[in-house]
Design a protein. Structure first.
Length: 326
């Protein structure tokens, strides 16, 4: 498949959000087009961009979010348009795949980029939303096909030492949580979600499990039997809520991460890239990359950042609410 590497700028956009299946018709594109026309915003000067925010493999169809966006000129006055939403789409390094087929096949393009191209490339995916630049109107196409420039966020693959350093840096932001109160530490970050304490306990339990059970068995062609994820998550949650102080949880995470990092630093390059199986699978279903120490730790960095974003959003929201109350 043909992929081009592009650097994109930031884009200021107006958007309308739709909740529902990505594979069913919706009117948010039409409503955005009407708003754009009333305000003199037309291609090719401005670009229509679709954002498929959720993965339908993990999110119920009715809860999947899709943003229909149009880019804005620099002099656009947002304050005069309370009827629509605005945001910034951040630029950076992207892999561009030019798609031309019926709209229902767009999911195949994602699978091709993430599952086929990225694992064989010198790049890894970044935890940002892919951009779907709409290059035509399928209603005007004789075959009903859409032209989409699909931009997938990427970064250069790290070396072994760079990867370990990034993995090690999670300790810094976890230690920074000590500035928050014990009371806040044990509040759920959202309805039916874990507390910050449970998240840190979860990270600590996984580090301990990897260090003691997974890492020693990462050998060529080995088939590692991994524990049931939910079982380990439940153990971590129960421990975090057993009466231990939140600050002690942080200390335990840091101590465990330091031990795991020290073990990783002691591995040779040959050991770090040796391939193995987990529960009979040769390939990580999330990244599409063959299982190795490198790919496994890469997935844990993504996992760290996922929970970091949750925690930051929780405290930002809480302090915003506190300020409003005061």
């Amino acid at each position: 498949m043909k992929i081009m590497i592009k650097n994109l700028p930031d884009y200021e956009v107006a958007y309308i959000r739709h909740f529902g299946s990505y594979f069913e018709p919706s009117d948010h594109w039409g409503r955005l087009g009407e708003w754009a026309a009333r305000n003199g915003l037309f291609p090719p000067t401005q670009n229509y961009i679709g954002l498929s925010i959720d993965n339908p493999e993990f999110v119920a169809p009715e809860l999947c979010r899709h943003d229909a966006c149009i880019t804005l000129p620099k002099d656009f006055v947002k304050e005069e348009h309370s009827e629509i939403h605005f945001k910034t789409i951040t630029g950076g390094l992207y892999a561009l795949y030019q798609f031309y087929d019926t709209p229902d096949k767009l999911a195949n393009a994602y699978q091709a980029v993430f599952g086929d191209w990225i694992p064989q490339s010198d790049y890894v995916a970044v935890d940002k939303i892919s951009l779907e630049f709409s290059m035509n109107n399928p209603l005007d196409d004789p075959e009903g096909k859409c032209k989409v420039d699909l931009y997938v966020p990427i970064k250069k693959k790290l070396s072994k030492d760079e990867l370990i350093t990034e993995f090690e840096q999670a300790q810094d932001w976890v230690i920074s949580l000590k500035k928050h109160s014990e009371n806040d530490f044990f509040k759920p970050i959202a309805k039916d979600k874990w507390s910050v304490a449970e998240i840190i306990g979860h990270l600590a339990y996984w580090d301990k499990y990897v260090l003691e059970e997974i890492l020693p068995n990462m050998k060529q062609n080995a088939d590692i039997n991994s524990i049931d994820f939910q079982e380990l998550n439940n153990q971590a949650s129960n421990y975090a809520l057993s009466g231990i102080f939140g600050m002690s949880l942080i200390d335990q995470f840091v101590e465990g991460r330091e031990r795991l990092v020290a073990e990783l630093k002691g591995k040779s390059d040959a050991e770090f890239y040796v391939q193995f199986k987990i529960n009979g699978d040769e390939v990580d279903p999330d990244s599409g990359a063959p299982f190795s120490m490198y790919s496994y730790i890469s997935s844990f960095i993504w996992h760290d950042n996922h929970h970091k974003k949750q925690i930051i959003a929780f405290f930002n929201s809480k302090y915003s609410e506190d300020f409003q109350v005061k």
